[in-house]
Ligand binder design. Structure first.
Ligand code: LLH
Ligand code: MG
Length: 382
């Protein structure tokens, strides 16, 4: 079997999620938006699919010339080849693009063999506990604008079945943010609302000073929080080594630092965090994520997975170390996470009343794609 084509379908939909000036998502007015479906096609007619931020240009200029003619089961070889070509791509073949293509290769293999991806990887579990991950704070009445708002929403999340909650608190461009004291107040209000048995975590402003991060960490220890995530710029590994040495609460990271498995290895060696992190879109796919999982396992530390989605669910289904949570979100009082986007017939990550999400059992990544919607809403190439 050989790859004969890679193509992208760009399609329109109506969105109620907006991005602020710093890239954080919030509920907003209805507006036109675009999404993309990448397809890998083989000479026997097999196809694999993946959604992600990929345009026609990078597919035609970089991906297709490098992969057409390859055996799609040679995932490691193809992935390494693409990685070596990232440097010369002027930033276009970034890790998110790489991940989108790589996920389609897994989907293709799973569809062809009639197996879900986590069974191709070597399955460990059929379901994973989810934490409810909030959007960043806002200034919307009844949204997430006060510590009391977070507390009320946290109570609702616990009723919905979540056994763990992660707060993303207030960040710029909100004028008064960031504010370490407000972050701690929100965390305290949530702990008070949900009681001692819910695992609470904080992902706050990502560029606090060492002093502010230390203050927040010490306060979270008093509130029995489970981890502190990305409170400083992750490019300063020595700041994280300093923080992890000072605090008792586990530090989780890196999430946004570039460099795939090598960066995680450096953080482990430099004791920059207590728990490591990967997410398929952050590091270039499932292949590097499993390398990071095994790296963590070999060092006896946890690996927590960033972001929702099918690729991450399959990584979680195939990992044995106590990196246990699925990040379900981002959640907000004004949005309904249970409603599928128009390009899917059902969401990939339904959650039961006990807070567990099944690892998708269908072949490949397990997305139930609404091709009629996508084909009926294509953006025409100019
Ligand atoms: O800054 C944000 O909007 C969030 O932190 C977001 O990036 C989220 O994906 C995250 O960090 N989750 O862990
Ligand atoms: Mg995060």
């Amino acid at each position: 079997m050989r790859i004969v084509d890679v193509n992208v379908r760009v399609f329109n939909y109506t969105s109620t999620i907006i991005r602020d000036d710093e890239g954080h998502t919030h509920p907003g007015e209805e507006h036109d938006a675009r999404s993309q479906l990448l397809t890998v096609v083989c000479d026997d007619g097999s196809e694999g699919y993946s959604f992600g931020p990929v345009g026609h240009a990078v597919v035609n200029s970089f991906i297709k010339p490098l992969v057409v003619g390859e055996d799609p089961y040679f995932r490691e070889k193809i992935w390494q080849h693409l990685v070596h070509n990232q440097r010369g791509s002027g930033g276009t073949l970034n890790d998110r693009v790489l991940a989108t293509f790589e996920l389609a290769l897994w989907d293709l293999a799973g569809r062809k063999l009639g197996l879900p991806v986590f069974k191709l990887l070597g399955a460990f579990r059929d379901k994973v506990p989810a934490y409810g991950s909030t959007t960043c704070g806002d200034e919307m009445k009844g949204g997430l604008s006060t510590p009391e708002d977070y507390a009320r929403f946290a109570e609702w999340l616990v009723k919905r079945g979540y056994k763990s909650i992660k707060l993303h608190t207030w960040m710029p461009p909100i004028k008064w943010a960031p504010d370490p004291k407000m972050d701690v107040k929100a965390c305290a209000a949530v702990r008070e609302a949900v009681g001692p048995d819910i695992a609470c975590t904080l992902d706050c402003y990502h560029a606090y000073s060492r002093e502010d991060a230390y203050y927040i960490g010490r306060e979270l220890e008093k509130l029995n929080y489970y981890w502190l995530e990305e409170p400083m710029d992750e490019h300063s590994t020595s700041s994280y080594t300093w923080l992890a040495e000072q605090l008792d609460i586990p530090i989780l990271g890196p999430e946004s630092a570039e460099g795939k498995a090598q960066t995680r290895a450096e953080w482990i060696v430099q004791k920059a965090s207590d728990m490591t992190r990967t997410g398929v879109m952050d590091v270039g796919g499932i292949i590097p994520s499993m390398k990071i999982v095994h790296l963590a396992e070999s060092h006896g530390i946890s690996c927590e997975i960033h972001s929702p989605g099918g690729g991450n669910l399959h990584v979680l289904g195939a990992m044995a170390i106590p990196g246990k949570w699925y990040e379900r979100g981002l959640l907000h009082p004004f949005t309904d996470y249970e409603v599928p986007p128009p390009w899917l017939n059902r969401i990939i990550d339904p959650m039961d009343k006990d807070g567990f999400v099944p690892v998708p059992q269908g072949p490949g990544l397990g997305y139930d794609i609404n091709f009629a919607y996508i084909n009926g809403n294509l953006v025409k190439e100019k």
